[in-house]
Ligand binder design. Structure first.
Ligand code: URP
Ligand code: ZN
Ligand code: ZN
Length: 474
């Protein structure tokens, strides 16, 4: 007798879509094949549905003090919203200031995440390369935290890693089979542009995007890629927005260099015209939203394998936090000053729907590709495969059922993220998760959350060294 049988669905992996049943025992997948309904304590009829490995979110910032703000969701609330989007594991970053121990901060973060209803992990973060900080890298890798994040900008916020720190972290990460993750934006280009806007007295939302143009990102991307090549270790570049940066990745991939590239669904579906509106500050994020041209370049990158990962970079700030340092003009409009707006936007719940709809339903990518981009590749590169990221015997029974016929109009009212607006308000999607299963437990069903606060477990990660030596996740 199995605890659960999911019958008649199309089971999706990166390489196949097979109509079969999935049997679950306890927290794990027991087998794939044909099972009689009498063999299951519970049987779910998935006829016509797609059965994918649970989505993994490896890029979010929840309850993370940044630019004077904290975020609207607790970790539990974030896990509920995530679950409605098919997410069964999420990862956040240690909060770091100079002088902090990266290892201690990572452990503290893991402790905060204990209330999650889904499994979780943490990335280390580096803002300096003191001997103490460098010594923590090995401790973190031993503990199951082999990923180390750095920002190439945000100097004024005190979280930028300078080039020397980056190089040292790259070198040390190599020794421990670790993976550096980098936010690529040239602080020099961004800051000098911002100074010019200050001098001209124009700090409008539109100018925010102009201060951080494609080359601001591409220069930093190239620098980070050369550092990785010089050190001879892999690199993961988060939230890439444009073809110029992708061409650097392509050159590296041509030499077999493992530069792994992530993009986010907002860069595929939202554009910089949002900054022209009165409430354009709600769309301020770094790197900024770009134009449809860059979005088309990203779709190419997804198709040709230059981009292997997606992440939402979720920062769920409500209007009050996005606006808290702004003043108003006498006519009630915002006195636009992009320096006073926290960077980041919400997205954890809509990553899968947007990729299903804009990707699969519109014929740009296959559902197998979506499986890779939201789950399998994330599990592999971040070091939790095959426990996560695949529907196979022995893997955790983290599963999302998708109805490719389901149409939803995105709106603040259909999402579960504790904020009062949605940047995709009115955006129609076709293809939506309809059931989420976490370690064998149904946690979202019929539009209701059925999970439990604190049910999530910390997942220790270890990266396959082959992925760090050569650009391939096979
Ligand atoms: O605008 C963003 N992305 N804010 C969050 C921090 C980061 O850069 O990822
Ligand atoms: Zn970033
Ligand atoms: Zn981020």
């Amino acid at each position: 007798m199995y605890d659960l049988i999911i019958k008649n669905g199309f089971v999706v992996s990166p390489s196949s879509t097979v109509k079969c049943d999935v049997a679950v025992n306890g927290k794990q997948i027991a087998g794939l094949g044909t099972y009689d309904v009498s063999e299951g304590k519970r049987v779910i009829d998935a006829e016509g549905k797609y059965v994918l490995p649970g989505v993994i979110e490896a890029h979010m910032h929840c309850m993370a003090p940044f630019q004077g703000c904290l975020g609207a969701n607790s970790f539990y609330e974030q896990s509920v919203s995530a679950a409605f989007g098919g997410v069964t594991m999420y990862m956040d970053f240690a909060n770091m200031s100079k002088g902090d121990s990266p290892f201690k901060q990572a452990l503290a973060r893991a402790d905060e995440m204990k209330e999650a209803a889904i499994d979780y992990s943490v990335h280390g973060k580096f803002v300096e390369s003191t001997p103490e900080a460098m010594a923590d890298i090995e401790k973190m890798a031993d503990y199951g935290i082999p990923t180390f994040k750095m920002f190439m900008t945000y100097k004024k916020e005190g979280v930028m890693s300078d080039d020397e720190t980056m190089l040292k972290v790259f070198q040390k990460a190599k020794e421990v089979n670790g993976l550096p993750m980098v936010h690529c934006e040239s602080n020099a280009i961004a800051e000098t542009n911002i100074e010019k806007c200050e001098a001209a007295g124009d700090l409008s939302w539109v100018n925010f995007a102009k201060c951080k143009p494609v080359l601001c990102e591409a220069e930093a991307f190239a620098r980070a890629a050369y550092f990785a090549e010089y050190v001879g270790n892999a690199l993961l570049v988060v939230h890439t927005t444009n073809g110029e940066a992708l061409n650097t990745a392509r050159r590296a991939h041509g030499k077999g260099l493992p530069i792994y590239v992530e993009t986010g669904p907002h860069y595929l579906t939202l554009f910089d015209d949002l900054y022209e509106g009165e409430n354009g500050h709600l769309a301020i994020c770094s790197p900024p939203l770009r134009t449809p041209k860059e979005a088309a370049e990203l779709w190419e990158g997804l198709k040709d394998g230059t981009i292997l990962l997606t992440g939402s970079d979720d920062c769920t700030f409500d209007v009050d936090e996005k606006s808290m340092f702004l003043e108003k003009n006498p006519d009630g409009t915002w006195k636009q000053d992009f320096r006073k707006v926290v960077n980041g936007m919400s997205g954890i719940e809509i990553r899968l729907p947007l990729l299903l709809s804009e990707g699969v339903s519109k014929g740009r990518i296959s559902i197998n590709k979506v499986c890779e981009l939201t789950s399998t590749n994330i599990a592999k590169i971040y070091g939790c495969y095959p426990q996560k990221g695949i529907i196979a015997p022995g893997a955790d029974a983290d599963i999302v059922l998708v109805d490719m016929e389901k149409e939803v109009t995105l709106s603040k009212d259909v999402l579960h993220n504790n904020i009062s607006y949605c940047l995709h308000e009115g955006f129609k999607v076709k293809g939506y998760p309809v059931m989420t299963i976490s370690k064998g437990e149904v946690i979202v069903e019929d539009g209701e959350f059925k999970g439990r606060k604190g049910a999530g477990e910390f997942i220790k990660r270890r990266i396959n060294p082959a992925y760090l030596k050569k650009y391939s996740l096979n």
